[in-house]
Design a binder for this molecule. Structure first.
Ligand code: ADP
Length: 161
């Protein structure tokens, strides 16, 4: 049985992330999505909220589990007994950052491999940060995130959550 971890901030989860999860779920036996536990003032959602939004988004995919974690991603992967870590790769935004992180992670955990799945064309320019900006300005984000995420974002930006 091959277990993989898919770590990220997911503030909030988008259809781009979800597409990576769905594709990984077809390739591997079990996916553990790791939501970074960080209290950063630039984040819109708390760790608990981010976990809950991811959980609802993946509820219909049977081999996916969602956990929060703190500390090194390589330690999280080790704890979950995952020999592989998944990341999504957009054309411009991600390559250098992922490469740098992969080199460091390889030093920290030589047995853990990284597998990057290319983001689908329609999600190449979709990021959680741009999404939040558009939501703040009242733009339509309905085809970029699951409905419950759009609703949670609307509530956040209008200060009612
Ligand atoms: P992090 O802070 O770890 O970059 P993110 O939540 O921004 O966390 O992203 C988690 C992972 O999902 C990263 O590998 C990122 O490159 C990938 N990702 C982000 N947006 C997209 C997208 N639109 N399509 C595919 N993968 C994406």
């Amino acid at each position: 049985m091959t277990i993989v971890v898919y770590p990220g901030t997911f503030d909030p989860i988008t259809n781009g992330h979800l597409d990576i999860v769905r594709r990984a779920a077809r390739l591997f036996d079990r996916i553990v999505i790791g939501v970074y536990e960080k209290s950063n003032k630039h984040l819109v959602f708390t760790t608990e909220e981010r976990v809950e939004l991811v959980r609802l988004a993946v509820a219909s995919i049977p081999n996916v589990e969602v956990k929060s974690f703190s500390g090194l991603t390589v330690d999280f992967a080790r704890k979950e007994k995952a020999p592989v870590m998944i990341r999504g790769l957009r054309m411009n935004a991600d390559f250098e950052k992922e490469f740098e992180m992969a080199m460091m992670n390889r030093k920290l955990a030589p047995d853990l491999d990284l597998l990057c799945l290319m983001a689908r064309q329609e999600y190449q320019f979709l990021s959680s940060s741009l999404l939040k900006e558009v939501a703040r300005l009242g733009g339509n984000i309905s085809d970029l995130v699951p409905e419950h995420v759009a609703e949670a974002l609307r509530k956040k930006v209008h200060g009612t959550m």
